[in-house]
Design a binder for this molecule. Structure first.
Ligand code: ADP
Ligand code: MG
Length: 332
């Protein structure tokens, strides 16, 4: 009698990754004292999302990723990956996640095919279940399958690392600074590839210090700074927070207060003749600002505007931390 293959019930977790009270203190070395890199952070990564962990250098992004990957031990708190606690079932948790590290480390003498086969062996993927050719095709490396890794360009190596992170078909894929130091053209190719993986069902978590990358690619954005989460929300809602413009007007006479006609706006009077009016372009028009100024009997001598964007909110939330706000070479 044929043996029926048991169909395992598909149990989908509520979220792809759940981080609670996660703390990491690196032990001090030599003169350097201990470093508190993560300060009890909470983070929920929705299943199916394309999630950006955005923050300036040194914020703690790689520390968090490396804890998820099982490469760094946490000091306190809990982490569940695909519903599995990393302390209770470390192997199962690790099987649910594929991590592309920030630093590319690969043996230059192996070929892409060998690298994927070795990785599959490491994860105990049976020969008949391996998808080496499929993965190589997916990252556009079919014609390099048997070339030495050292002959691959930087971008090809990066793509090979993505394939390597996927040999065990993890539902959660993590990319640490996937496009750091990558030129503009290749960056767009990588973005397209990440979108494709996400559309195909992977939950993707990426870290980046490029605002533009988070904005272009991700549906959810968490901003971390000095080991703490300072924002975590849908991109659309984060961008709504930056739905703000300021118009700065020099008027023809000294004022001692903001005119009452501007009551519908947020207005300031930093100098007796300088009015700063903030408004939301999505629901207010500059016409209305100008009309309110005219209604106060003022003439405008000079006028400038300032637009707030993701860069502004980032700087605001990170206290002006020097992130590569737009990213070197990332400008469109
Ligand atoms: N192995 C380590 N030992 C001591 N300090 C570390 C170690 N790794 C990272 N740090 C420190 O922890 C903080 C966070 O680093 P990291 O997680 O690499 O930040 P990011 O990836 O956001 O740039 C930094 O201050 C960094 O210097
Ligand atoms: Mg890092």
């Amino acid at each position: 009698m044929a043996h029926a293959v048991p169909v395992s019930p598909i149990r989908l977790p509520a979220s792809a990754v759940e981080v609670r009270g996660l703390t990491k203190t690196y032990a001090g070395t030599g003169k350097a004292g201990p470093k508190l890199a993560l300060k009890g952070i909470d983070l929920t990564i929705p299943r199916g999302s394309l999630f950006a962990l955005l923050g300036p250098n040194g914020a703690g992004k790689s520390t968090l990723i490396n804890i998820l990957a099982g490469l760094v031990n946490k000091s306190a708190g809990s982490v569940a990956i695909w519903g599995t606690d990393i302390d209770e079932h470390p192997r199962q948790a690790r099987a649910s996640i594929g991590v592309v590290p920030q630093e590319l480390n690969m043996d230059p003498f192996f070929t892409p095919r060998e690298i994927l086969e070795l990785q599959a062996g490491l994860y105990g993927v049976p020969k008949r279940e391996r998808r080496t050719d499929e993965l190589l095709a997916a990252v556009g490396l079919s014609d390099k399958a048997d070339a030495h890794a050292r002959s691959l360009s930087g971008g090809m190596k990066r793509r090979l690392m993505v394939a390597k992170a996927m040999v065990h078909s993890p539902p959660v894929l993590v990319l640490d600074e996937p496009t750091a130091g990558v030129d503009v053209e290749l960056r767009h190719l990588l973005w397209e590839h990440v979108r494709m993986l996400n559309r195909a069902g992977s939950t993707v978590l990426l870290t980046t210090h490029y605002l533009q990358e988070a904005e272009e690619l991700c549906d959810t954005i968490a901003i971390i700074n000095h080991g703490a989460v300072v924002a975590c929300e849908a991109k659309s809602s984060l961008l709504r927070r930056v739905d703000a413009k300021a118009v700065i007007m020099l008027v023809d006479r000294d004022l001692d207060a903001v005119p009452a006609t501007l009551a519908g706006f947020t207005a300031d009077l930093p100098e007796p003749r300088r009015l700063v009016v903030r408004y939301q372009p999505s629901r207010q028009r500059i016409d209305a600002v100008l009309a309110a100024v005219a209604a106060a009997g003022l003439s405008i001598v000079d006028l400038t505007t300032e637009q707030s964007d993701l860069e502004d909110i980032f700087l605001q939330l990170t206290g002006g931390a020097h992130a590569a706000a737009s990213g070197t070479g990332a400008a469109a």
